[in-house]
Design a protein around this ligand. Structure first.
Ligand code: FPP
Length: 266
């Protein structure tokens, strides 16, 4: 899949500034979710090991978090390690695990100074203890930050999260604490890892793949989808601004009708 030729940084700055002028601040997505795909192909095209692609992906993530914060996007969720990624070779899994530690070691101070609150979606229990400790430290240090939430989906699967929520609700019903008739969408939503976050308004998937790969299955019900052929390591502020502008051109109806309020039948 062809990626865009790298533009000189001044051209990129000018293009970014032009796009930012077009974005309506009052209609920003409240939550942008990203499937950061294409690291492996990015590396292969450069004759590099796949891990080099993931490493470049970390730098892309740093830039996108900064841009989302500058633009005023309140919540950014990134799919970094899925429940299915355990099928990859051991050395790639280990490298990905080390990368989250490296990302936090390198950029936690910057995230703190930008008032970023980190959350994790997924099950951290199977992770090696030193990695859990580093993640816990980041969660603790950023707990009270309010400018922006960065939710990192790590050992996350949409189906697994729904199963976990249903199991939890079943336990509460069995214990007599919850009436089955009181279970509605909001109640189930409160048992998901994304509890308290708005549903994503915009989903971005890189690398030309056109699927959602078990990401936020419940939460994406009415999300606007935006696909780009750009590999994640090449994804930058210009692409994010383009995606947001396209989002602002969409007309969202949530199953209803556009225009003034419909006449209520008597
Ligand atoms: C998909 O590309 C990407 C991943 C499975 C990992 C994403 C991880 C990062 C961007 C870095 C680590 C993240 C954090 C939060 C520190 P792929 O490997 O499937 O690419 P391919 O489809 O081209 O093979």
């Amino acid at each position: 899949m062809p990626t865009r030729r790298e533009a000189p940084s001044s051209t990129k700055d000018a293009e970014y500034q032009r796009l930012v002028q077009l974005i309506e601040p009052a209609r920003l997505p409240r939550h942008v979710a990203i499937i950061m795909d294409g690291n492996g192909r990015w590396a292969r095209e450069r004759g590099l090991p796949r891990v080099a692609g993931h490493r470049a992906g970390v730098e892309a993530l740093r830039g996108v978090v900064r841009t989302a914060g500058e633009l005023g996007v309140p919540v950014l969720t990134v799919y970094a390690f899925s429940t299915e990624n355990w099928k990859r070779p051991r050395h790639e899994i280990d490298a990905l695990m080390n990368l989250i530690v490296e990302y936090l070691r390198k950029y936690l101070d910057e995230l703190c100074s930008n008032q970023v609150h980190i959350r994790v979606l997924g099950d951290l229990d199977p992770l090696p203890a030193p990695i859990r400790r580093q993640v816990d430290l980041a969660l603790e240090r950023t707990r009270d930050h309010r400018r922006m939430t960065l939710a990192v989906a790590w050992n996350y699967g949409g189906r697994a999260d729904i199963v976990k929520a249903v199991r939890q609700l079943a336990r509460e019903v069995a214990a007599g604490r919850v009436d089955p008739e009181a279970i509605d969408e909001a109640c189930l939503g409160r048992h998901l890892d994304t509890a308290g976050l708005p549903d994503p308004d915009l989903l971005i998937r890189c690398s030309g793949e056109l699927r959602i790969s078990n990401f936020l299955l419940w939460e994406l019900a009415y999300t606007e989808l935006w696909f780009t052929p750009v590999y994640w390591p090449d994804f930058d502020r210009v692409h994010l601004a383009e995606a947001i502008l396209e989002y602002q051109r969409r007309r969202r109806r949530f199953g209803g009708l556009e225009g003034p309020d419909p006449v209520v039948p008597c």
